[in-house]
Design a protein around this ligand. Structure first.
Ligand code: ZN
Ligand code: ZN
Length: 348
């Protein structure tokens, strides 16, 4: 795979062990059979990356290069690649299912027994190049790379929408107005929700949520406004913070017959108190949804069609040399939205 334009080494943001990071010069990987080499243009930091950094994500194998939300250009093909071509602008579903286990066989590939998440259990996109199997690569057409790198988070939302089912005219509540909350807000409206309220502690995030179509955007202190907005409760309440106490409160907001959707990623050992009686008495649905299940192409379509705007969600764009600073912003700046690394390609 020695093409003159592809160097032998590259810079990569690495996590060596919990809370230990560096930017290192590492070999550019060679695509194996069925794999493509992608030159990364943009890669976004996700909450999962912060869990890996903190050492509370069991699937992570150190030392490693994280990064699973990305877009870039195919620059080399491994043996036997059939549909992708050099020069193609792409993103990918970063979870590699085995295709053989009982969950894969029934179409629940996100629940694969041998799931290999790129950027978690194998090197990811916080480097100029990564290899990935062709079977999970999805073209993004002429979508800007910054937007292509937000396809994967939206694909998580789209998978959840399939499980929870929005009904035309539903009134929804999103708890958390980070990048995911703002994707949820827009995707719910695009799927038929009549009005959506959103809650966050950060005023800057609430302002952005309003500009993206939130009908009410308030802090958790404004319970009264939520009650006025939906006096009978919400048909749909989405927990998008990963904070257990927020889930506990979410159930109170649901209208009888409504659905509470657990979307935020809580620590693996966290517990929340819920009232079985309330679930029973008010005919509530409590539904969790995990990652992406063959929903990447539809996420691309939603962004291309304009029903979900992702460009305004990018608050910081950094060079990979500032890897540590990017992680710090993503973990500690309450106003930040999506932090991306740019590798400086045209159109990125
Ligand atoms: Zn993610
Ligand atoms: Zn499997």
């Amino acid at each position: 795979m020695t093409t003159p334009s592809i160097p032998d080494t590259m810079r990569a943001g690495r996590i060596l062990a919990p809370r230990r990071t560096e930017v290192a010069t590492v070999p550019v990987p060679t695509p194996g059979p069925g794999e493509v080499l992608i030159e990364v243009a943009r890669a976004g930091i996700c909450g999962t990356d912060i869990h890996i950094l903190d050492g509370d994500y069991a699937l992570a194998k150190f030392p490693m290069t994280p990064g699973h939300e990305f877009a870039g250009t195919v620059v080399a093909l491994g043996e036997g690649v059939r549909l992708r071509h050099v020069g193609e602008r792409v993103t990918a579903d970063p979870n590699l299912p085995c295709g053989l286990c009982p969950e894969c066989q029934r179409g629940m590939v996100n629940q694969c027994h041998d799931l290999v998440p790129v950027g978690v259990a194998r090197d990811g996109a916080f480097a100029r190049y990564l290899t990935i199997p062709e079977r999970v690569v999805v073209p993004i057409g002429d979508l800007p790379f910054a937007e292509g790198a937000l396809v994967e988070p939206l694909a998580c939302v789209v998978w959840g929408l399939e499980r929870i089912r929005v009904h035309a005219g539903d009134i929804a509540l999103v708890l958390g107005a980070g990048p995911m909350g703002c994707l949820l807000l827009q995707a719910l409206k695009a799927s038929g929700a009549a009005r959506v309220a959103i809650v966050d502690v950060a005023p800057a995030r609430l302002e952005l949520a309003r500009s993206l179509g939130a009908d009410l955007a308030v802090t958790p202190d404004d319970l009264e406004q939520l009650r006025t907005f939906a006096p009978l409760g919400f048909e749909l309440v989405v927990e998008a913070t990963g904070i257990p106490s927020v889930l506990e409160g979410a159930i109170d907001h649901a209208r009888p017959g409504g659905t509470v959707w657990v979307f935020g990623v809580a620590p693996g050992d966290a517990m929340a108190k819920v009232s079985p009686y309330q679930l029973f008495r008010r005919d509530l649905n409590l539904i969790g949804t995990f990652a992406v299940n063959q929903t990447v192409p539809r996420a691309v379509a939603m962004i291309q069609g304009g029903s979900v705007k992702v460009a305004p969600l990018v608050s910081h764009v950094l060079d990979i040399e500032d890897f540590g600073e990017g992680l710090r912003l993503a973990q500690h700046d309450p106003d930040r939205m999506k932090v991306q690394f740019s590798f400086g390609e045209p159109g990125a």
